[in-house]
Ligand binder design. Structure first.
Ligand SMILES: [Fe+2]
Ligand SMILES: [Fe+2]
Length: 196
């Protein structure tokens, strides 16, 4: 894996804003990986390519999904913001020849999250929210949590994501709800407050 090769590829294929965001996610993911026990090299590369699917429109992503045999559930197939993740994952496999299953999973699940995510998926999911270019009201709270406790930061991030989906009246993917509940349950188990 040569990150420079993929950086140059993304510089040419993504618009400038998305390219800068991708570099930010790569740096944040590598940093989180170093602190929370994932592979920093894989985290960096996942960050570089995680939004590759965003260069295509919704209809284009649906067409590509058909061509590459990506199976999509009903909600994902109706939301461009969700589609770019699983289809992007298939595209980086096909076009960029990235075959590491952990990286492909991290890219595929970076928008909704899912219960049972591995460490690489977790750090990439979180890095997407806290990279240095992000600026939204609760970002500092999530960044602070990320310095202390990966699961607590993930819980802050997914709750922010769910709130923002509801505020914009978009469809909420049940995987995000399941991911959030898993984190709540893990937190209760840690504190011994099983029934809250
Ligand atoms: Fe994304
Ligand atoms: Fe992103």
């Amino acid at each position: 894996m040569q990150p420079d090769h993929y950086i140059e590829l993304m510089r040419n294929k993504l618009d400038h804003e998305l390219f800068v965001h991708s570099l930010g996610v790569a740096e944040a993911a590598a940093d989180l990986a170093g602190r929370f026990g994932a592979d920093p090299g894989k985290a960096y590369l996942s960050g570089i390519v995680h939004d590759y699917g965003k260069r295509f429109s919704g209809p284009e992503l649906l067409k590509i999904a058909g061509q590459l045999g990506v199976s999509l559930d009903r909600i994902t197939s109706r939301e461009h913001r969700l589609l770019h993740a699983p289809v992007g994952s298939a595209l980086i496999n096909k076009e960029l020849k990235i075959s590491d299953p952990e990286i492909l999973r991290a890219v595929a699940n970076h928008t909704t999250g899912r219960p049972g995510m591995g460490r690489l998926e977790r750090v990439v999911y979180l890095a997407d929210y806290i990279e240095k270019g992000r600026d939204f009201p609760s970002v500092d709270k999530i960044r602070k949590a990320a310095r202390e406790d990966l699961d607590r930061a993930l819980l802050e991030a997914v709750e922010f994501a769910i709130r923002s989906v509801i505020e914009r009246r978009l469809m909420l993917h049940p995987r995000s709800v399941a991911f959030r509940n898993e984190l709540v349950e893990a937190q209760r188990n840690r504190t011994g407050d099983v029934f809250n």
